[in-house]
Design a protein around this ligand. Structure first.
Ligand code: ADP
Ligand code: MG
Ligand code: MG
Length: 935
């Protein structure tokens, strides 16, 4: 593992200074010169490039980069993200400077194409496309064919000799502009469209002829007039400004906001607008449109992957209206365009050194590239692709470590079905395997129901004809997403993969009646609430509930499979061992039992950061002994009960030490209030009443009454702030004694057997150094006695949890007694914010809706407040003891963004749940790599 460099935060190496310039130079120049707002691309040259995603958005940067590389990209210009900010600052108006720049670029575009906006002879048509720095699928619908009006459509017809095409383009434009800019419900247009189709007896869209489409256009215009009291705008500049502003407005629409919230994308960065000359995939059978990936985004396999539609435009492929064809078929239909597409996308992958997700259109056999970006992928595919790219020498192991989202690794641990149980059910239908994972749940038909039912503790399966961006909240909570239409690149598929949510799409045999809330599948009719299961890796759908089992990786970790039986395990392991080379933070696990410790160790944890001794009290047959201890009304009886617990605890500790093979094990002395080990007051009262009602009074009744009395004695108004943690040890030192003895006897036993062992005894909830001093004295006294009895010396440490704000504030004093610190960030968050972690659910939603909190502070560390205590506590502790070992053992220890913070403030390790260890290893490596890049 890389050693943490000495703390000289001011120093900059020449190399890192240069890299700062590379990534930030563009922004700096924005402020100084007269600000440039619009960037042109076309004729092999663009004003921007791939490094300018902040300014141009991802799509704009990609179009610029492809143009510069000489690829066939229709020309256009990008209105920068800065203009989006201006739009909001000026309450929806843009400055004359921006307007002028836009017009100047429009003229440039007219020159480049030889066409003119609104012309009756050679009309220029453009698309208006949104594009933020981070792709946000479905933020806004793209507007195509802008520039068409009653005159220009005739120009288009004359020029192409294709009236059907001209009017198809016009009706599409009115529909898109009407719904996106004028906010007329899409259904209003669809209704008219269906009516014409029906009147003409036509099934497929392409079968409508020019006359029919002219009628559609007339009907659409009437819809616009009726809904807005205005005619459809005929001035192309009005159309352009309206569309541009709609893109800026879409930045703040609810689904965009929800998307940003889920993916932690900042609100202030804004979106760019791309205006681009149209090319047409809908001119006839020699044209088409499609999307694809340079590798399979679900499995990571190195295969050309994608879909296309002949005689179609724009979103037709992704919208799931017509089911597209696999891209391999393009080879037969248009071999030249296919070969060119393969060559270009292979080049793009090499250029970007990552899988590309691309969009293209073929107009009369000529290929045009419309978009390229690094492809979203499942966690499974991410690991396969990263390790393959290293194998192909396209990227270094360090790049590979940076390529995989830490969270993706937890997807790889997602359950799979038990093959036997799964095979026992007949296949009801099959869809496209869009995102892997085994999903089983109760059918719901709306996103709102998905959320509602999940709140009630149910597992749901979201079943939809096709998903739309408005469904995102329901998709987020569902076990799986199943759609009847749409391809591998439909909304459901893309979002499902990104969320790591098992998804099967385009299961065409499903007959969904969304109004009646039923779905017919494989001869059965399911109602809402019925069970349905599918395998996202194969696309098989079955009726019924199926139990799942651990993923391959978990099976290897548990020793049920060998590493060489599992390709994905080997890749996973390879990636993590690369990560280990770069991380500075040590990774430990929170584990209380030997079997958990074993899993943690196999996942790569080197140490236990938190062993909760009280969890052992809940072990089989132990609760009665614990209760005996609690019920004792004198020290002697209490000691007798503790003596019974001693060998049990010793056994637990021995097991955990053994599984850690000499890595340090931090054991916390008893923490929770004692009433947690006793039955509930209400339950006892009911039992007592029952016994009294029967005739079997006697000993049993007396015992219950005694118990009730003790429960009432132990009752606290605020148990979280009550008699717990170090306070218990101070009032009942014999508990600390027993635990210290159990720990040290187990350690001595290991040492005698020749094993390595490093016990770290941790006192919880310390806010005052004198609390720690008191308990430390007990621990050392017992430890010395045990080592003397056993005739062997074991190195051990006594330290404390820092989880009370006063503890963090007086960390310099506490460090006089403590040999290590471990930040208990759960309690520290609870006590710093004053939010009860068990009750925050009641108001967290409202806090997030109002943007008072971005994230749940118990899931992701509040770095500005709680983090300050961690940072200051660490600094103060080390001021007293420079080599003080400092770690964190709250839930945050497994959260990537919190890990970044812990790395920054110089902790020695993070500790998290065993299953989060892989995520933490990767996140720690990325934190170290990214921080050195920024230094
Ligand atoms: P999204 O961000 O939702 O993917 P895009 O801006 O990429 O939206 O547009 C969606 C689709 O519209 C593209 O994949 C392409 O098929 C079509 N499209 C956009 N601009 C043009 C254009 N200038 N010519 C032809 N088709 C276009
Ligand atoms: Mg696109
Ligand atoms: Mg605590």
């Amino acid at each position: 593992m890389a050693k943490r460099p000495a703390k000289k935060s001011g120093t900059k190496s020449a190399k890192s200074a240069k890299s700062t310039k590379g990534t930030r130079g563009t922004k700096a120049t924005r402020g100084t010169k007269a600000t440039k707002h619009v960037y042109f691309f076309g004729k092999g040259k663009a004003e921007g490039d791939r490094s300018m995603r902040d300014v141009l958005g991802g799509k704009g940067a990609g179009l610029a980069e492809m143009t510069n590389a000489g690829l066939p990209v229709p020309p256009g210009f990008t209105i920068s993200t800065g203009v989006c900010t201006i739009y909001y600052q000026n309450k929806g108006k843009l400055t004359p400077a921006v307007e002028q720049e836009m017009i100047a670029n429009l003229r440039k575009l007219e020159q480049a194409t030889g066409d003119t906006l609104g012309s009756a002879e050679k009309p220029l048509l453009v698309s208006v496309r949104s594009g933020a720095k981070f792709s946000m699928p479905g933020m806004m619908d793209t507007i195509l064919n802008l520039g068409l009006n009653d005159v220009a459509v005739e120009g288009l017809k004359k020029r192409t000799q294709n009236g059907r095409f001209a009017y198809d383009s016009y009706r599409r434009f009115i529909q898109m502009f009407g719904s996106v800019v004028l906010e007329i419900p899409k259904a209003e247009f669809e209704h008219e469209f269906e009516a014409v189709k029906k009147a003409k007896g036509v099934k497929q869209d392409p079968d409508l002829d020019e006359t029919a489409l002219r009628e559609v256009v007339e009907r659409y215009k009437k819809v616009v007039k009726k809904k807005t009291n205005k005619d459809f705008p005929q001035d192309p500049l009005d159309q352009l400004r309206g569309s541009r502003d709609a893109v800026f407005r879409s930045w703040q629409n609810p689904r965009a906001k929800e998307y940003r919230r889920i993916y932690s994308i900042p609100d202030h960065i804004g979106t760019a607008v791309n205006v681009q000359a149209m090319v047409f995939g809908n001119t006839g059978d020699r044209s088409g449109t499609g999307v694809g990936f340079t590798r399979n985004p679900a499995t990571g396999a190195k295969e050309f992957y994608g879909e296309f539609l002949i005689n179609a435009q724009g979103e037709d492929v992704v919208a799931g209206i017509r089911t597209p064809k696999p891209i391999a078929e393009l080879k037969q239909v248009m071999p030249t365009a296919y070969k060119q597409l393969r060559d270009i996308t292979t080049r793009l992958e090499k250029h970007y050194k990552d899988v590309q997700d691309f969009e293209f259109t073929i107009q009369d056999e000529n290929l045009y590239m419309l978009q390229t970006r690094n492809g979203k992928r499942t966690g499974y595919a991410a690991v396969v692709i990263a390790t393959d790219l290293v194998g192909e020498k396209l990227v270094t192991p360090k790049d590979a470590v940076l390529m995989v989202e830490p969270e993706a690794l937890s997807q790889l641990l997602a359950p799979i079905f038990d093959p036997k149980e799964w095979k026992a059910l007949p296949v009801a239908t099959k869809g496209l395997p869009a995102s892997p994972g085994a999903a089983s749940g109760q059918v719901v038909f709306t996103a709102d129901h998905a959320v509602e039912w999940t709140r009630q503790g149910k597992k749901v399966m979201l079943v939809r004809k096709e998903t739309v961006p408005d469904d995102i909240h329901g998709m987020f909570v569902a076990q799986g997403i199943l759609t009847a239409t749409g391809g591998m690149t439909s909304h459901a598929a893309v979002v499902g993969r990104q969320m790591g949510k098992p998804s099967v799409v385009g299961a065409g045999a499903l007959e969904i009646d969304e109004r009646a809330k039923t779905v017919r599948v494989g001869g059965a009719t399911l109602k809402e609430g019925d069970w349905l299961s599918f395998d996202g890796l194969t696309g098989e759908v079955k009726v019924g509930q199926v139990a799942s089992k651990p993923s391959e990786i978990l099976q290897v970790v548990a020793g049920e499979m060998t590493p060489d039986q599992s390709d994905i395990y080997r890749r996973f392991n390879q990636l993590l061992s690369w990560a280990d080379k770069y991380r500075r933070l040590g990774i430990r696990a929170n584990a209380d039992q030997p079997d958990q410790a074993q899993i943690a160790y196999n996942f790569g944890a080197r140490g236990i950061g938190l062993c909760r001794t009280e969890h052992m009290f809940f072990g089989e047959g132990r609760i009665p002994i614990v209760q005996k201890m609690i019920l004792a009304d004198n020290e002697k009886d209490r000691r007798a009960a503790l003596a019974e617990l001693l060998p049990l605890q010793r056994g637990d500790f021995y097991g955990v030490f053994k599984e850690m093979h000499g890595s340090p094990v931090t054991i916390r002395t008893i923490d929770p209030p004692l009433h947690e080990f006793l039955p509930k007051r209400e339950d006892l009262m009911v039992e007592i009443a029952k016994i009294e009602a029967s005739d079997k009074k006697g000993k049993d009744l007396d015992e219950k009454k005694k118990l009730l009395h003790r429960v009432e004695q132990l009752h606290e108004f605020n148990p979280m702030l009550g008699h717990r943690g170090v306070r218990l040890g101070i009032t009942y030192p014999e508990i600390t004694e027993m635990q210290a003895r159990a720990i040290m006897e187990a350690a001595c036993q290991i040492a005698k057997e020749g094993g390595a062992v490093v016990p770290e005894i941790m006192i919880p909830l310390v806010g005052d150094v004198r609390e720690l001093a008191d308990q430390k004295a007990v621990v050392t006294r017992v430890a010395d006695a045990v080592m003397k009895e056993q005739g062997i010396k074991v190195k051990y440490l006594v330290g404390t949890m820092i989880e009370v704000p006063r503890g963090a504030i007086t960390a310099d004093e506490i460090a006089r007694e403590a040999e290590f610190f471990s930040f208990g960030t759960n309690d520290l968050t609870q006590l710093t914010y004053g939010f009860s972690r068990d009750d925050i659910g009641k108001f967290l939603g409202a806090y997030q809706d109002r943007r008072i909190l971005e994230k749940d502070p118990f899931a992701s560390l509040d770095t500005t407040g709680v983090g300050k205590l961690v940072e200051e506590g660490t600094r103060k502790g080390r001021a007293t003891k420079p080599n003080l070992k400092v770690g964190v053992c709250g839930e945050h220890g497994g959260d990537p963004s919190s890990i970044t913070f812990f790395d920054k403030v110089g902790l020695d390790y993070v500790s998290c749940s065993p299953y989060r260890v892989p995520v933490a290893r990767l996140a720690a490596a990325q934190a170290a790599l990214k921080s050195t890049a920024l230094d």
